[in-house]
Design a protein around this ligand. Structure first.
Ligand code: DX5
Ligand code: ZN
Length: 226
């Protein structure tokens, strides 16, 4: 499989989450954002166990793969990611992020994911301390800091959780991306940039708006100024 790689660390990336998009028109929704220069698209996978919501599985990822060249950043909010990761890789996910709360041996799971050919991310819930990812974060391409409790789009940004980016940046240095997810909009994007984030997931602030190019431009301006 021809895998796309995450843009190299050191560049700011806005990553639209299709959770707030029109799922009956996903190809068109994704094309609209990639036309503005977006390189990475965020896919939220929820199982109704790890989080109280259900979204999409590998078949949907496979169809999305056929309709875009964007890097598919797949956020697994599922128990037993060991059981399903291979199917997401086969479906065309380029990058897979798992929750540290869901595996017994995070470092071993990172090695396993790399063997599938994908780039790797680890994430932690707002209530999970930085120490839980301290050892594994430097082994990853990206660390995802959840700035809401996962499960739904459109929730309010949690500043205390976002501040974990500061310590994580000290731990991972400049070569690992730090992504934030939850309640990111033009105001909060500027704040998390200040904490050391370089990768900004936004669902409602992009797909919840009627003018998506303007919504992306507003976040981009905030990051450049922030
Ligand atoms: C939340 C998901 C997010 C979600 C963010 O559980 O992981 O990716 O789409 O949505 P907003 O940007 O609306 O908070
Ligand atoms: Zn997400």
């Amino acid at each position: 499989m021809n895998r796309r790689r995450l843009p190299k660390a050191g560049t700011y990336q806005i990553v639209p989450s299709v959770l707030s998009a029109d799922f009956a028109n996903l190809a068109q929704e994704i094309a609209e954002v990639t036309a503005t220069g977006i390189e990475v698209v965020h896919l939220d996978v929820m199982d109704g166990h790890f989080v109280p919501n259900i979204t999409v599985g590998p078949p949907v990822v496979a169809w999305i793969r056929k309709c875009t060249n964007a890097v598919l950043d797949t956020h697994l909010m599922i128990t037993n990611p060991e059981k399903y990761a291979e199917r997401f890789a086969e479906a065309g996910s380029d990058h897979i992020t798992f929750h540290v709360e869901t595996v017994d041996d995070p470092a071993a799971f990172v090695r396993y994911l790399r063997g599938l050919g994908v780039t790797v991310g680890v994430t932690l819930n707002p209530d999970t301390p930085v120490e839980a990812v301290e050892a594994v974060a430097p082994l990853c391409d990206m660390v995802l800091v959840m700035t809401v409790n996962p499960g739904f789009g459109g929730q309010s940004f949690m500043d205390d959780a976002a501040r974990k980016c500061i310590r994580l940046r000290q731990i991972v240095g400049p070569d690992v991306r730090i992504e934030v997810d939850g309640g990111i909009d033009p105001t909060t994007a500027g704040i998390v940039k200040g904490y050391g984030a370089d990768t900004f997931v936004a669902g409602n602030a992009i797909f919840g708006q009627s003018d998506r190019p303007a919504a992306i431009a507003a976040i981009r301006t905030a990051i450049e100024k922030g």
